[in-house]
Design a protein around this ligand. Sequence first.
Ligand SMILES: [Zn+2]
Length: 327
Amino acid sequence: MSWIGVDLGGLRVTTVALDSDGEQLAELSMRTPRSGDRLEVVDVLETAVRSVVDDADLTMADVSGVGVATPGMVVGGTIGGASNVPGWSERFSLAEMLGDRLGPPIRLVNDVTAAAVAEHRFGAARGEDDALVVFAGTGVGAGLILNGGAYLGGHGGAGEFGHTVVVHNGATCPCGRRGCVEAYTGRKAMVRTARHAMQQGRSTTLFDLAEEQGTREPTSGTFRIALEQGDELVTELLTTAVQVLGAGIASVVNLLDVDLVVVGGGLGDELGDWYRHRVESAMRPHLFLQPPTVTMAPAQLGAYGGAVGAATVVHDHVEGRPVSTPA
Ligand SMILES: [Zn+2]
């Protein structure tokens, strides 16, 4: 039997087909519609599942379950509060809608939790009982692995690391609150800060580079190129970002005493060692336990981690081994 995982990202919908041993049979990536029409996004999710089933030489009858990793807060088969996908903020019954169209059981999971589950099962956090898995990209989130499984919280809302507060009354976050980690470290927030700085006379190549790459909004790759070219504003933004991220991660480590912090996401993957080493250096002075016991490692599964995690979650659910139990 086969398991499909779909990851709805702010920019791309990535999809994988796995067999029962977790071996990957096929993968594909499509653009996320930005029109704000929720049904258009559901159409793309359906197309993505059917296409990856075709690519894996399967039929829908071979599929035992479809896991969907989505931004926002998952409650049962419903999703709400996803600000990175237009039209996705109001709560609605995504599992039922997709189930009616596709047939197999549908399981929703928060996208960051899914990617953390994938790192725990197949990647950098394999064999760890406790880990914090941080993803910095469009936004910033984290998955918590505690006591050997994903921790979802009492209402499925755990892991909103990007909205932990590091500066009281600080910069406005894309979530509308102030001083969150994401307000300084998320790509969306940094792009907005760069735009404001330009309006006030600063220069940066960030937006010209994005145009050369054919995107309106700079990507993590655009930030990497600007950094490599020595762009002053981008270097400043990223220097602040790694310091804030280091302080935020240290706070979580001080609270939970995890042994491992995994760093991934678009920015983590693109900026690689430059980024991770600076985040680690920024974390260390804030650690309470001395000598420090925590280590930091790069995420291993890249852009398909969320989809792999979603397939894993639905597999575990259907097979009767829940991926986690809310405390
Ligand atoms: Zn926030």
